[in-house]
Design a protein around this ligand. Sequence first.
Ligand code: ZN
Length: 293
Amino acid sequence: MDKIIHATAQGGGVRIVAAETTALVNEAVTRHNTMPTASAAYGRMLTAGALMGSMLKGAQDSVTLQINGGGVSGGVLVTGRAGGRVKGYIVNPDADLPQNAQGKLDVSGIIGINGKFTVITDLGMKEPYVSSTPIYTGEIAEDLAYFYTVSEQTPSAVALGVLVDVDGSIQKAGGFIIQMLPGADEMLADLITYRLEEIPSLTTFLRDGNSIVEIIQYIFEGMDLNILSEGTPELYCDCTRERVEKALISIGEKDLQHLYDDNKSEELICHFCNTKYDFTHEDIGRLLKEIRS
Ligand code: ZN
């Protein structure tokens, strides 16, 4: 079951945000009909977006993550909000490659490594806060950990995993971000790094039927784990016909007139949720009338 938790360990020296996102990712990859490698890349980014979104306080706050290293995926963009709500898209849902040398889906291969990992945090100030780091491995979790360490000076361990079933559906998905808070004992970071190296991978834990709470309890056994909150991450979209109309109008009166004169209908698709919005010849005529009135 999808769940997102916030916790601390070692008397608050460590912050933990962790989630199972199987249903969420499954819904997204079904909507976008992604190929397996694209599903893995997209699912990891959605999970990262849900985790980071859940760290926001205000309902209007958002964090947008973007990765594009020149690979065949064309890049992935996700936006997370408070409560672990997330939306996003992969530019090329058909991006797929043979498995890599480790027998895993080649996420790095379809993302590419020549580009940036960008995080845009919008807290309702005049300007959003934009920060980016070079893509580190293109596997996404490492890129996010690198971003936190280099750009935010917050040493972090990040895991993001998506298991794609033989039928293309999502068997399991989830992730965690573990951060050392300022003033935390340096030995603590070493201890956690050591522990994470010793234990099975997050996807193995999930595949074996462990809940996200059980996994975090296992990792932080004997380390004063304190679960602060539990919630449900969700896929969302905020597109409406009105917004899509505005986008259509924004092509300009002249182009809209051309569409109308060609007696064409127009189909616009929301990048995020793949909903189709149809505009008939009459609809386009009405929009022309509106912008001229
Ligand atoms: Zn939408």
